[in-house]
Write a protein that binds this ligand. Structure first.
Ligand SMILES: [Zn+2]
Length: 410
């Protein structure tokens, strides 16, 4: 088990450099499985299920029909860096070092990771890796492919990197793109895109201009999503990798202040919450289009895994006494929904998977799957042994017979 930062980084650097050379000599080797992970920050099943029922998320529906789906047990007081680092390493936040947005007074960053992340394990094993806009991947680390950071990237007008949107050209305090040469290529061919989702407006910004501010904010969110879709398209076309992980983050941020709450919910303000009641569900309809664009690049031999770190629910009791309350998306926005509740089971994430050997139309009941199981399951797909420090297990129940047999032989 790796317990300190520097050895992890050194190991990763050495192995990636070594593997790049090795990979060049292995052109005759058996091709690696293709896996595309699409992660969504805050996918709320209470909102998504009615949309599925109404046929408003056709692409997600098709994944459900062709694969396995269910709730995903998350960690306590879930927030993005805390959960994503758990997904990356299948270790507890306290073990991997990324316990929240701010750790020891500093914005969570990859230099804090004390356990080896999945992208490093895959890279070492000769799997080509491409990652874009995944939360908590700033500054980017070397991989056997490319990495473009996501949420928590720092830059102009986003100095602390917390819940704001720096442009690629305005990133400060670390690299947002690996390898460095890819940055100029992206600026030329994709443009100067926003790396994370827009900062939420403050109560003062909103006061007296609610509709106007809400509309302008939602337009910016859609612009960011369009840029991300263009980026994903470009990467999937021009830099195909065995393992690809693409991240989305505007859904969650919209939910925090535009969750379609009713007047009996805490924090209801008709001037804000009565204006664009479809704003939050619309985020998932828009996400479904992004998913459709990604699925165009996917053939039947590729695994698709859609994963969310947590859900998001209207404010509830314990808010005032819960030590975790108001620790993530506080700022000055009038927040009406949250996810960092002490009991993570209140706001489960979600999991969808399809691909060779994955059962069709399989519904996972209860908490059969957890955020700890994602990395072991991905390693399993690549035939890589699960390291001892990982707490999760391979989601064998989603695989059909041949894969079960393969597991049994292990
Ligand atoms: Zn999140």
């Amino acid at each position: 088990m790796v317990s300190r930062r520097s050895p992890v980084i050194v190991l990763m650097l050495l192995s990636v450099l070594g593997l790049r050379l090795a990979a060049q000599n292995q052109s005759t080797a058996k091709p690696k499985p293709g896996v595309v992970v699409v992660s969504v920050n805050g996918m709320e099943l209470d909102v998504i299920r009615p949309l599925l029922l109404e046929g408003k998320m056709p692409n997600l529906s098709s994944v459900i029909k062709k694969g396995a789906y269910g709730k995903l047990r998350t960690v306590s007081a879930p927030n993005c860096p805390r959960v994503f680092s758990t997904i990356f390493t299948s270790t507890k936040p306290e073990e991997n070092g990324v316990t929240g947005f701010i750790v020891g007074g500093i914005t969570a960053n990859t230099n804090m990771l004390k356990e080896e992340p999945i992208w490093s394990m895959l890279s070492k094993n000769g799997v080509t890796v491409g990652m874009a806009n995944v939360p908590a991947t700033f500054p980017v680390l070397p991989v056997n492919g490319y990495m473009i950071s996501g949420m928590l990237t720092r830059g102009k007008n986003c100095e602390d990197g917390v819940l704001c949107a720096p442009k690629l050209s305005e990133v400060e305090g670390g690299d947002a793109v690996y390898p460095a040469t890819l940055k100029a290529e992206l600026l030329k061919n994709v443009g100067d895109f926003y790396i994370d989702c827009e900062r939420m407006p403050s109560a003062a910004d909103l006061k007296g201009h609610e509709s106007e501010v809400i509309d302008a904010w939602l337009n910016k969110v859609q612009l960011i999503r369009d840029q991300q879709t263009q980026l994903f398209d470009y990467l999937l076309d021009h830099h195909p990798t065995d393992f690809t992980w693409l991240g989305q983050s505007c859904e969650d941020r919209t939910g925090h202040w535009l969750y379609p709450i009713a007047p009996y919910n805490a924090g209801y303000n008709p001037k804000i919450n009565g204006v664009r009641v479809d704003a939050f569900p619309d985020q998932y309809i828009a996400f479904d289009k992004v998913l459709g664009a990604v699925l165009k690049h996917v053939d039947e031999n590729t695994y698709v895994i859609i994963v969310s770190d947590h859900g998001i629910k209207p404010l509830r009791e314990f808010e005032e006494t819960d030590p975790h309350a108001h620790m993530d998306h506080e700022k000055t926005t009038p927040v009406v929904a949250k996810h960092d509740f002490a009991d993570g089971d209140d706001v489960p994430g979600s999991f969808f998977a399809m691909g060779p050997g994955i059962k069709h139309d399989l519904r996972l009941m209860g908490f059969e799957a957890s955020v700890y199981d994602i990395a072991p399951t991905i390693l399993h797909i690549y035939g890589i042994e699960q390291p001892a420090q990982m707490h999760g297990h391979v989601l064998t129940e989603i695989f059909e017979g041949p894969a079960d047999n393969k597991l049994a032989q292990k």
